[in-house]
Design a protein around this ligand. Structure first.
Ligand code: CAA
Length: 284
């Protein structure tokens, strides 16, 4: 099946990034979220990023415009029925994702592939309860999507070879490099990354160092592009907490215990860049 039009559920930072790279490689994108306002906000963000690339001389205006016009607002999950591939990038909560895929399963033809951009939740389990386990797969993009090269491909126990091949081909068409992971909590990237971020929060919680010293230590001492606390702010502290909860519960191992300070920041609504405040203050 030739893929010419995809659906993206979720117009937040991940979904909008996925929509942008998909449109940039020539696909038509139906961008869905729960309200027209959220969809328009996602589309406006994409427009802004493309305009910035044009003003920096990194993209020509015609390419930017043709990318923009391939993204269509799609309110209501039924408006994704006429696509060949649907990527879900909603909030990192299993119940929300299962609800979305169950609804999509009722409206999308059986050959449509469902991919979840989940960063940690079981692909096998979500595939099993939402109606098409052989056409269900994990397609985990990294943040910021337009910049990061990797897509982690996670097959559930029942995912078919055809589904894996089509997903890898789609990711490569979007200019990404794929790694494959078996379906274990956090897959590969977050199983390794999140405990590091969580440990950085413990270091802050225990007064080992200031956020700047913790981040500069890791940035300058281990050649990372940004420190773990700044990265947590970029990812979203609610997402970091949700992933730690999945690791903690999934492995039933105390080494994945989320730091109480991380939980407290999330309780306070200090979610990082997207809320204006996390380990750093972004309100200016
Ligand atoms: N969206 C799109 N493009 C962005 C962007 C965003 N949010 N943020 C930065 N960029 C682009 C800039 O436009 C710029 O592009 P050009 O080079 O074409 O001009 C480029 O990225 C570099 O940006 P800056 O010069 O502003 O800043 P920088 O050099 O400090 O890079 C960064 C910013 C790319 C975010 C870099 O710090 C970095 O790579 N950080 C690590 C990011 C990372 O580890 N991501 C993975 C997170 S884990 C994950 O996503 C998995 C999960 O499930 C949680």
């Amino acid at each position: 099946m030739e893929i010419t039009r995809i659906g993206v559920v979720g117009a937040g930072q991940m979904g909008a990034g996925i929509a942008q790279v998909a449109a940039a490689c020539g696909l038509e994108v139906m961008l869905n979220d729960v309200s027209e306002e959220l969809i328009q906000r996602g589309i406006a963000g994409i427009g802004k990023r493309l305009d910035k690339a044009v003003s920096k001389g990194k993209l020509d205006e015609a390419t930017a415009e043709s990318t923009k016009v391939r993204i269509f607002p799609a309110l209501g999950l039924e408006s994704l029925a006429k696509t060949q591939f649907i990527i879900e990038a909603a909030t990192e909560r299993e119940a929300i994702k299962i609800d979305i895929f169950s609804k999509l399963n009722a409206v999308a033809p059986p050959e449509v592939i469902f991919a979840s951009n989940t960063s940690s939740i079981s692909i096998t389990r979500m595939g099993a309860v939402t109606g098409r386990p052989e056409r269900f797969i994990g397609m985990h993009f990294m943040n910021p999507v337009p910049v990061m090269k990797l897509v982690e491909i996670i097959s559930g126990l029942a995912t078919s070879t055809d589904t894996i091949d089509a997903t890898v081909a789609l990711a490569e068409r979007m200019g990404k490099t794929c790694t494959r992971s078996r379906d274990f909590p956090g897959f590969i990237v977050n199983r390794i990354l999140m405990p590091m971020i969580n440990e950085a929060v413990f270091a802050l919680h225990e007064g080992v160092g200031s956020p700047e010293d913790i981040d500069n230590g890791m940035k300058l001492g281990t050649n990372q592009p940004m420190g773990p606390l700044a990265l947590a702010d970029l990812i979203g502290l609610d997402t970091c907490l949700a992933i730690m909860e999945v690791l903690y519960k999934g492995f039933a191992d105390s080494k994945y215990r989320p730091c109480p300070l991380l939980r407290q920041y999330v309780d306070a609504g200090w979610l990082g860049r997207k809320s204006g405040r996390g380990f750093y203050d972004y309100r200016d």
